[in-house]
Ligand binder design. Sequence first.
Ligand code: CP
Ligand code: NVA
Length: 300
Amino acid sequence: MTRHFLTGAELTAMELDALLERAMELKAAPRSSHALAGRSVALIFQKPSTRTRLSFEVGIHELGGHPVVLRAEELQLSRGEALRDTALVLSRHVAAVGVRTGPHETLEELSQHSSIPVINMLTALHHPCQALADLLTLREAYGSLEGVRVAYVGDGNNVARSLAVLGTLAGMDVAVASPPGYALEEDLALGAGASGTLTLHTDPREAVAGASAVYTDVWVSMGDETTAAERRSALAPYKLDDALLDAAAPGAFAMHDLPAHPGEEISAEVLYGSRQRIWDQAENRRHAQKALLELLVAPA
Ligand code: CP
Ligand code: NVA
């Protein structure tokens, strides 16, 4: 049975726990696994990327595999070849495929015709690989994630949605504060085994109260450029700065998936200061994704 990773809700709570534990082992010994020896993994990018490409490409190499990076415009897909046909051909050559695209439906359609694991490297709706790295970062700081509160302030976007899905699966209390019109959906589908809670707020201070980490993301995601001005104006009260961190639990740290816009959604003081684990998050992408690849890719 081919296992895909499209939203993160495909994992059980136990699998997520084991994956994070394994990611810690791989972080301590980055070249200890040869799970992809002699195998290739395709990485399709229909949108720009710095961290996702770096972490997957280097991580696959560290696992003994070969990453095949394919930019959208280089594929026949860009000339109208069907997603189905692309999936059928990929399935004959590589052990898994990562895809970064806009419409989540594109990923779903590709996965329906793929006999190899399809991994979501970001869609407009979900960014579950980012959430794995986020949870790894929180686990490094706090150990067990059960009952730990993480607050997300800002746009209720793909990063917020994936933090909610995977954070609650890990037993966390996820509090999301967004302005009206930018909130996550009330009926967001959480994982079947989710034991944590998701609460939606409009007041950022209410969300961060008691939180052990405060997370933000860009106000203008890829694809949202036409509404940039109204977004910046609506989201301005949600900036992550020292004052907002002061309103969280003592010792709380800032999180951001990057790329950041210092002075906009996060202050430069926080981004480059000592009250953040943002650069650890960026590194943890590689360790978490290596553990994910080990889980999804069946032995040859
Ligand atoms: N956080 C993240 O996914 O970064 P990139 O867009 O650079 O891959
Ligand atoms: N929300 C952002 C995340 C970038 C990694 C976007 O979709 O552009």
